[in-house]
Design a protein around this ligand. Structure first.
Ligand SMILES: O=C[C@H](O)[C@@H](O)CC(=O)C(=O)O
Ligand SMILES: [Zn+2]
Length: 279
């Protein structure tokens, strides 16, 4: 079997207060989603969002998984893909999209025949995928990093100078509920999403990449007045429940892909936590 999945149930903030390090990691960290030759999904009960990694050492077909009880994966879903590895391509019902490093592809509901291929099987692509339920078919669309809506945030003085590349977002791509993008930190900046925020109407998942060897990112989660941390290595993902902050500080600069779904498509509706009031 080339496709496998695991399931994560939703946790309440009251329960999470009592979790120890291992329980926090078991519930929220997705440690190994990129495995050569495999398609690995995690089906979450947070807005039924699916996160996964596809690393083709030969062409890999998108197959349905049992929890969907669907004929094909995108029967009632939409999908966002960002290539976190070397170049490759994705074929969607016969139309081939070239996927350079850090290119994104939105695949609309109803696409049946989706095939992931690396340009060089010995040096495979790392297709990072997010998928959420969808009830309307919007067109499949390729978005390069150059086409992203760029938002420059923070400063070097506060070690949080970064560029938010909004890639799968209203104005660029029309989706049912999925939003995705990629934030790159400048050299010398280590803090992402600081000031931190919550959006109780949307869950979110972060996937960290470009972390240099022997470095790591400390990811912060929890209610703003009850925070916890999870140490993350390169190419690992972490689930952010809707009631949780999602912020990180690295031992170097790095990049992360964010993706979210829920009540609306308003990227800017976040409730920002005051830095001095975090606990
Ligand atoms: O809800 C939005 C997401 O948390 C991220 O887009 C935030 C982010 O990339 C950043 O501040 O660096
Ligand atoms: Zn957020």
């Amino acid at each position: 079997m080339k496709t496998s999945y695991t399931t994560r149930y939703a946790s309440s903030p009251k329960a999470v207060k009592k979790y120890d390090t291992q329980e926090l990691r078991d519930e929220f960290l997705i440690p190994d989603l990129m495995e050569p030759g495999k398609i690995k999904f995690t089906y979450t009960h947070y807005d039924r969002y699916i996160v996964g990694g596809i690393v083709p050492t030969s062409p890999l077909n998108l197959e349905t998984i049992d929890p969907l009880k669907a004929e094909f994966f995108l029967e009632r879903r939409e999908m966002g893909v960002i290539n976190a590895g070397p170049s490759g391509s994705i074929s969607v019902d016969g139309e081939v999209f070239k996927m350079n490093h850090k290119d994104a592809l939105y695949i609309g509901k109803g696409a049946k025949d989706v095939v992931f291929t690396s340009d060089d099987n010995a040096n495979p692509s790392k297709f990072y995928i997010n998928s959420s339920p969808a009830h309307k078919a919007y067109p499949t669309k390729h978005v390069s990093k150059e086409q992203a809506n760029k938002v420059e945030l923070g400063s070097l003085e506060t070690a949080n100078h970064r560029t938010v590349n909004q890639m799968i977002i209203g104005g660029i791509v029309t989706t049912c509920q999925l939003q995705m993008g990629m934030t790159e930190l400048k050299t010398g900046s280590v803090w992402n999403t600081m000031p931190a925020h919550v959006h109780d109407r949307r869950m979110e998942i972060y996937y960290y990449l470009d972390i240099p060897q022997d470095q790591a990112v400390c990811h912060f989660m929890g209610e703003p007045q009850e925070t916890r941390h999870i140490w993350m290595n390169n190419h690992q993902a972490v689930i952010s429940p809707p009631w949780s902050i999602h912020s990180g500080s690295g031992t170097s600069n790095y990049t992360f892909i964010w993706g979210m779904a829920g009540e609306n498509l308003d990227y800017n509706d976040m409730d920002v936590a005051k830095i001095t009031e975090l606990r």
